[in-house]
Ligand binder design. Structure first.
Ligand code: PEP
Ligand code: MG
Length: 588
């Protein structure tokens, strides 16, 4: 039966595919397709790991001291029984044989299926066996982590095969059906894993519009809906699902008519995208000849080719924290970071690269490194954490300064709010430079910039500008902190309003002050990639925008149609309005 689940539209486009439902934070398990000839060895890999756990638990049981509490032995026996459960074993075999899932994926998928059965049980005792099953699977997975997968490539072969086979008409052939992921939540670290996975879109039950999970989805240009609260309970493994990333709707088990309509829309969108690609080499000039800088936001050096392909003139925001995530808290050292920054720089082929120093905390936790604050968005995050960890901070600074010897690098600091933080930060930069000098290591010059993403910084931007070469407005956090709305909380997502007059006034003030001081100013929050804001920002005097590569051509189209002379007066009227969105209608 067809039904719809409403969530938040966070990443454009339409994905149609079979649902893969994963429990929260199970994304760390690798998802790839094996080749048909690997089925037997993959089943064997799952079985070997399972057998090893059976041996491990049996030994544990046998070596248990006589005075050990009886419950422990009973629990171990339950685990041993579950390990050899036929439904589990047969299910895993089936996912591998029929879908060509790798063994870990097959195990977690089957765990989901069984968990649902447990959830539906009336008997409390049996219902509680679900967590035992989870522990058992976790043990098997742990075992498998220590054993190399026989599939060396990251399933890229299989992924390419699927992409090239992407069908317009849905087929019942399960092996070739596109897949979409349905999860309770995906952390930013999970999203990195997602980049290498086979899914064509995702739905999460939690998350806000500018949560980092949503941001990464936009950067990958895949359809996504977050905050679809009931999704992970209502969608079942293998359901056909349509993700409408524009409307923020998930349609489960769509009727043939609906399906046809979505397929039509998907074709239209692809055509529109193809049309936009013609603008790739067109210079971004307004009708009155103003040159506009359109830059890319990236998360990893590997994103540089996508940025170039989209026609970016450089990187306005490299969110360096993604280099630190998904590594179980083991931070990358100076050399590894240097190589990564250098790779990004070289990937941009001589164009400028703005590297933001690590911005962890809030919804970007760093495993084992940051104690959860009572209120993480207001806690030890971004520059606060870097200043609290000067050794780590200078390691990063040295790596960036060394990379700067190979091209134009701008160094950007997140979330500065106090002038004392500015002074301490700049002192750390000088110290890092002298450490490199003492080691006789080559380093290059960098332009220094501050993110303006806390209202305090926006209000005193004139003072900040005395210390920095440029500022970059982080509207995602600026909105969060101005309106006191957690950007990651779907419960208050309707109040997260980029059109709020207070937000617009702060943005306008920063642009005005930076222009007056003759310093660079860019917007690198999500507002920069939203075409609804392009003309307003141009009218307010902004000439540099940094956004996901996927948004660059749409924004360029707006720029090409804009005349900044006509926009100035209108932009002031928008600023003065109690309801700026209403004045928008009179856009020149
Ligand atoms: C912002 O806050 O607008 C920004 C660009 O930084 P992030 O989204 O990474 O917090
Ligand atoms: Mg920010």
């Amino acid at each position: 039966m067809t039904f719809a689940i409403h969530g938040l539209a966070v990443s454009r486009g339409i994905a149609i595919g079979r649902a893969v439902v994963v429990a929260s934070s199970r994304m760390e398990v690798r998802h790839y397709f094996i080749q048909p000839e690997q089925v037997a060895s993959e089943i064997d890999r799952a079985r070997t790991a399972r057998d090893a756990v059976v041996v491990e638990l049996t030994r544990l049981l046998e070596s248990m001291p006589a005075d050990a509490p009886g419950e422990v032995a009973a629990l171990l026996e339950v685990h041993l029984m579950l390990l050899q459960d036929e439904v589990m074993e047969n299910g895993v075999k089936q996912w591998i044989t029929e879908r060509l899932y790798n063994a870990e994926w097959a195990l977690t998928t089957q765990l989901e299926v069984i968990s649902r059965h447990f959830d539906e049980m009336e008997d409390d005792y049996l219902r509680e066996r679900k967590s035992d099953m989870e522990q058992v699977v976790e043990r098997i997975l742990r075992h498998m982590r220590g054993v190399a997968s026989p599939v060396s490539a990251d399933a890229c072969v299989a992924k390419t095969r699927r992409e090239s086979d992407a069908q317009e008409v849905l087929s019942d052939d399960m092996v070739d059906a596109p897949l979409v992921l349905v999860a309770q939540d995906l952390s930013p670290a999970d999203m990195l894993q997602f980049k290498r996975s086979v899914f064509e879109g995702f739905v999460t039950a939690v998350g806000g519009k500018t949560s980092h999970t949503a941001i990464v989805a936009r950067s990958m240009d895949i359809p996504a809906v977050v905050g679809a609260r009931a999704a992970s309970q209502l969608v079942r493994q293998d359901d056909w699902v349509v993700i409408d990333g524009d409307a923020g709707i998930v349609i489960v088990d769509p009727s043939p008519i609906l399906l046809e309509e979505y397929q039509f829309r998907r074709r239209q969108m692809r055509l529109e995208r193809e049309r936009l690609t013609r603008l790739r080499h067109t210079p971004a000039h307004t009708l009155d000849g103003q040159k506009i800088e359109l830059l890319a936001n990236i998360e990893q050096p590997e994103d540089a080719p996508t940025a170039l392909k989209a026609g970016a003139m450089g990187v306005g925001l490299f969110r360096s924290e993604f280099l630190f995530m998904g590594r179980s808290g083991k931070l990358p050292g100076e050399e590894e970071q240097y190589q990564a920054y250098r790779a990004a720089l070289e990937g941009m082929q001589g164009m400028p690269l703005t590297i933001r120093t690590i911005d962890v905390g809030a919804d970007k936790p760093l495993e084992g490194k940051i104690n959860p604050s009572l209120n993480p968005a207001l806690g030890l995050r971004a520059i606060r954490w870097s200043l609290a960890e000067p050794v780590m901070f200078r390691t990063q600074l040295r790596a960036i300064l060394r990379a700067a010897a190979h091209g134009k690098v701008n160094l950007l600091f997140p979330m500065v709010a106090h002038l004392s933080e500015v002074e301490q930060t700049l002192a750390q930069v000088r110290l890092a430079q002298s450490e490199l000098d003492a080691r006789g290591m080559v380093h290059g010059p960098v332009a220094l910039g501050a993110m303006i993403e806390v209202p305090a910084a926006a209000l005193m931007v004139r003072s900040f500008l005395r210390y920095f070469d440029f500022v970059s407005i982080g509207t995602n956090d600026l909105i969060q902190y101005t309106l006191a709305i957690d950007r990651a909380d779907e419960a208050v997502a309707d109040l997260y309003d980029p059109w709020h007059p207070a937000v617009l006034q702060l943005v306008a003030q920063v642009i005005r002050e930076a222009n007056a001081a003759g310093k660079g100013v860019c917007v690198c929050g999500e507002m920069a990639g939203d075409v609804a804001f392009t003309k307003l920002l141009l009218g307010l005097g902004l000439r540099s925008f940094s956004m996901h590569p996927a948004q660059i051509l749409s924004v360029k189209q707006e720029v090409l149609r804009a005349d900044t002379r006509k926009l100035q007066e209108w932009a002031q009227a928008v600023l003065a309005a109690d309801d700026p969105a209403a004045v928008l209608k009179s856009i020149p």
